[in-house]
Design a protein around this ligand. Structure first.
Ligand code: HEC
Length: 161
């Protein structure tokens, strides 16, 4: 075998190992139920006002809770007329975010939390991570012994299927 052929074999072996070590993490669950429960409370008091308590977003239809009329004036303006807010759970959400990692999702949520416009109260370092745990759970992922962190590399689809 020439040198290039050997390098190729070495590279393929290295890839195989990466794939194998990546899988057990997903199977175990990558957040605790305490994180998801804390995330639910924070979500319902912030994101949920617009994205709804079911996480399914708004299409301006009857029965979407909480009612838009209960939101502050700036929130109502942001939600628009007709009221449209993208979902954070379900098929449409997973078609957009399923291929990304849990860490990507935390980073995206962090942008919303850090954006001064919303003026969220009671958010700390752990809040975005906990909200992500709740969002993963609402999409069908199972809790486990390992806490979610900003470095969790499990792919969202591998957790919810
Ligand atoms: C005032 C209403 C409101 C609140 C509160 C709110 N959002 Fe949103 N969010 C929206 C609207 C409207 C959009 C779509 C327009 C846009 O992206 O700016 C959106 C878009 C998003 C998106 C992009 C969705 C996608 O598929 O690309 C994410 C992610 C998101 N919000 C997460 C959050 C999280 C997490 C929170 C809570 C920390 C939150 N939002 C709070 C109204 C809100």
């Amino acid at each position: 075998m020439n040198r290039n052929g050997l390098l190729l074999v070495v590279a393929m072996l290295a890839c195989g190992r990466l794939v194998l070590t990546g899988q057990p993490q997903a199977a175990q669950g990558v957040f605790t139920s305490a994180q998801a429960e804390a995330g639910r409370k924070t979500y319902d008091n912030s994101c949920g006002k617009c994205h709804t308590y079911t996480l399914l977003g708004r299409k301006g239809e009857e029965g979407e809770l909480p009612p838009v009329s209960t939101l502050s004036a700036p929130y109502q303006k942001f939600v628009g007329n007709p009221n449209r807010v993208p979902p954070l759970a379900g098929k449409v959400f997973l078609s957009r975010w399923g291929g990304k990692t849990a860490a990507d999702l935390i980073a995206r949520f962090q942008i919303t939390v850090s954006d001064g416009f919303f003026q969220f109260e009671g958010m700390d370092e752990a809040s975005t991570v906990n909200i992500t745990a709740y969002v993963l759970q609402m999409n069908g992922a199972k809790a486990g012994p390992t806490p979610l962190t900003r470095e969790t590399t499990a792919v969202v689809n591998s957790l919810v299927e």
